[in-house]
Design a protein around this ligand. Structure first.
Ligand SMILES: NC(=O)c1ccc[n+]([C@@H]2O[C@H](COP(=O)([O-])OP(=O)(O)OC[C@H]3O[C@@H](n4cnc5c(N)ncnc54)[C@H](O)[C@@H]3O)[C@@H](O)[C@H]2O)c1
Length: 255
């Protein structure tokens, strides 16, 4: 098998539709020689149906990233399909509606806690659940939305992403001795199920369409997926704790 990820075994979370960033990662990874195992949340039969649209149907393991039993059983479930892991992709995010769309001042701690549990803490949980299967040279990659500034309507999800970015740096710190890297891709706005649940998301769409120096395609997940593949590959062997922007250059431009 040839390709950027030839022979690599990957665990990819976050597929729910074929517009999911994770779907593009899984597809491109298979096309580049990787063996892919998916995790699915909640609507397993839907995820299994989507998994059949990949070049090679991928097995799906149930994982609610806030469920300690699912996390404890993850390594054994993965072992039923592959004998180890070279890469783990975290493509998971969720915040209750109260946390988004301008409700920053009113969202309850319970709702904010849910957002942080699913979107931030889970990065560490997924990585440590998969760790028994990983060895030096392995990589963990997650998806963020640039959290260096406050965005209209992103609210507590922005705080969750700021935490995710920090958690990735701490994971880099704590897994470095084992030769395992942790990096994030900061994608521009893409029309996925998660994005559609953000009231006012079209503000991002307009801003990117007008201002990204390279232009920006709201329905093309492949650029973000390509960056994930690069970070999972052997071509970033000395890079960890990094955030690669795949946003058409938007982050580099002032108002
Ligand atoms: N779409 C964008 O504009 C954009 C931009 C930058 C970053 N991101 C990030 O990309 C990642 C993937 O999102 P997407 O845009 O592909 O949307 P998506 O809706 O396709 O994927 C989100 C995934 O999170 C999963 N999920 C939610 N709660 C979960 C739980 N408790 N346990 C396990 N999985 C759970 C869902 O099942 C879904 O598969 C997210 O971290 C998102 O914040 C998205």
């Amino acid at each position: 098998m040839s390709g950027l990820l030839a022979g690599k075994r990957l665990l990819v979370s976050g597929v729910i539709t074929d517009a999911s960033i994770a779907f593009s990662v899984a597809k491109l990874a298979q096309e580049n020689g990787a063996q892919v195992v998916l995790t699915g949340f909640g609507r397993l039969s839907l995820v299994e149906r989507i998994a059949k649209r990949l070049p090679e149907t991928a097995p799906v393991i149930e994982l609610d990233v806030t469920n300690p039993e699912h996390l404890a059983g993850l390594a054994d479930s993965v072992r039923e399909h592959v004998d180890g892991l070279d890469g783990v992709v975290h493509s998971i995010g969720f915040a209750p509606q109260s946390c988004l769309g301008g409700g920053f001042l009113d969202a309850s701690w319970e709702d904010v806690a849910t957002a942080l549990h699913v979107s931030t803490y889970s990065y560490k949980s997924l990585a440590t659940a998969a760790l028994p299967l990983m060895s030096p040279g392995g990589a963990v990659v997650g998806l963020t939305f640039d959290a260096t500034q406050a965005w209209p309507v992103y609210d507590w999800m922005g705080v969750a992403k700021a935490g995710l970015e920090s958690a990735s740096r701490y994971l880099a710190l704590h897994l470095g001795k084992q030769g395992i890297r942790s990096n994030l891709v900061a994608a521009g706005p893409l029309r996925t199920m998660a994005a559609k649940s953000i009231p006012g998301f079209e503000q991002f769409e307009d801003a990117w369409s007008e201002r990204a120096p390279l232009g920006w395609n709201l329905t093309d997940q492949e650029p973000a997926a390509r960056a994930c593949l690069a970070l999972l590959s052997d071509w970033f062997p000395a890079t960890t704790g990094e955030i690669v922007h795949v946003d058409g250059g938007y982050h580099a431009i002032g108002a």
